[in-house]
Ligand binder design. Structure first.
Ligand code: PMP
Length: 434
């Protein structure tokens, strides 16, 4: 029996689904992907095989596994007694660096996960505005907490404003009536924003969005859409929350808000800011942030929030992202990898294309018109999940780890890191081509 099969058999008795890493199984395998160790752009499977990793910690890994500078930071942290639940000069250094990168974030609060950060942002928005309703984009994921994870059919059942008629929680176990606290609209549809703002005038606390929607592929917006949404929010006294848990640091130092030139009221970050260490943050305007304890009444706590190990790892990440040429290198890898993969669709006569945004990309199997990527209902109508499943299975056979999280009716995001070499990419292209 292969070692992975043995682990699965035993682990299934003790862990739901045979694993705990984000609750993930690779759909083509039907089991978790058990690895022994990781280095650079490669992961080493317990059965002894080596894979080029293109899932990269669900979008967390920008600098590669086992990066020497992060490793050194961890060793320093061990020397300091790897303490937690205390602040230190390292927390201050992190906050200073972060503000340099993302200046809209006047004050921050660290959390352990993206889920906690978005939960805190929503809570602060409600407390600040004294309103209840949250406007959310269909298909944007903000974590597993109540009230916010409503994907009402991903583009199905939309009225002419792109608003879903019936909003259902994406999971059982929500308190009855929770759906009354959130309205779902279609991303990149300005009429939907205007309509929902008008219909619920006076009740809306905030609108939350992934400024680049990575959870349904790799869907950017336009500067014009963002500018209009910002103006409408300001006019109506509604807070604008950017969830940059994936977009943060991924395609430029100032993140998506820097790219669009937009100042959200609150933002959330996680994943790449600490290269996968448990560190996330909510940040934004000082007068809203000061509502959090201890200066204000809104509770945002966490026993290991801001623990030294994650903070010290994150400091190295921010420093590396600030170095001249870092994002040129990201762009170079993106052009090389995604450009070549895109060309293969045409070469092999497969309908589809790649859409990328910095170090993150998605395979759009089923249609060629990239304009249709912007509107989720169009994507869902034309996307072919079965082709993607076939592709990921074949990739595994070729030792390329491309993630498939299940029967999703829209593309799933994958990514690369700064550690992906030209040889990795050349090998990948020749395997996908072959
Ligand atoms: N926001 C976004 C945009 C995400 O993609 C995710 C996780 N995929 C989260 C929030 C939740 O983050 P975490 O898994 O760290 O709780």
């Amino acid at each position: 029996m292969r070692k992975s099969a043995e682990i699965f058999q035993e682990a299934s008795k003790l862990m739901v689904g045979g694993g705990c890493a984000g609750g993930r199984i690779h759909a083509a395998l039907g089991t978790p992907f058990y690895i022994d160790h990781a280095d650079g752009s490669h992961v080493f499977h317990v059965d002894g095989e080596e894979f080029i990793d293109y899932h990269c910690g669900a979008g967390a890994l920008l600098f590669g596994w086992n990066h020497p500078r992060i490793r050194e930071a961890i060793i320093k942290c061990v020397d300091k007694g790897f303490f937690m639940n205390f602040d230190s000069p390292a927390t201050l250094e992190f906050a200073r660096l972060f503000k340099e990168l993302v200046p809209t974030v006047e004050k921050i609060r660290l959390t352990n996960s993206g889920t906690e950060a978005t939960l805190a942002a929503i809570r602060a928005a409600r407390a600040y505005t004294k309103k209840n309703l949250i406007i959310k984009m269909d298909g944007h994921f903000h974590g597993m907490h109540e009230m916010i994870w409503f994907n009402g059919g991903c583009g199905s059942d939309l009225d002419k404003y792109g608003q879903t008629r019936s909003v259902t929680p994406a999971t059982p176990g929500f308190p009855a009536g929770a759906e009354k606290n959130v309205k779902l609209i279609e991303f990149n549809n300005l009429d939907a924003v205007k309509h929902v703002f008008e219909t619920y005038r006076g009740d809306i606390a905030a609108i939350i969005m992934e400024p680049v929607n990575y959870d349904c592929g790799c869907v950017p917006s336009t500067r014009e859409y963002m500018k209009q949404v910002r103006e409408l929010c300001t006019k109506e006294g509604i807070l604008l929350i950017f969830d940059e848990v994936i977009s943060g640091l991924r395609f430029r130092p100032g993140s998506a808000q820097g790219y669009y030139g937009i100042k959200p009221d609150l933002s959330t970050f996680a994943k790449a800011i600490a290269n996968g260490f448990s560190l996330a943050l909510v940040g934004g305007k000082a007068e809203i942030m000061e509502l959090f304890n201890p200066t204000g009444p809104v509770i945002c706590s966490g026993t290991s929030s801001g623990n030294l190990m994650s903070v010290m790892a994150a400091i190295e990440c921010l420093k590396m992202a600030m170095e001249p040429g870092f994002y040129d290198q990201v762009e170079k890898i993106e052009k090389n990898l995604c450009g070549e993969l895109n060309a293969l669709f045409g070469k092999h006569g497969i309908p589809g294309h790649i859409r990328s945004q910095g170090a993150q990309f998605a395979f759009y199997f089923g249609y060629d018109d990239p304009q249709m990527d912007y509107i989720l209902s169009e994507t869902v109508k034309h996307y072919h999940p079965q082709l993607y499943r076939r592709f990921t299975r074949e990739c595994l056979a070729e030792h390329l780890y491309v993630f498939d999280g299940g029967e999703k009716p829209f593309p799933q995001h994958n990514g690369f890191t700064i550690a992906h070499t030209e040889d990795d990419i050349a090998l990948t292209i020749s395997k996908v081509d072959g």
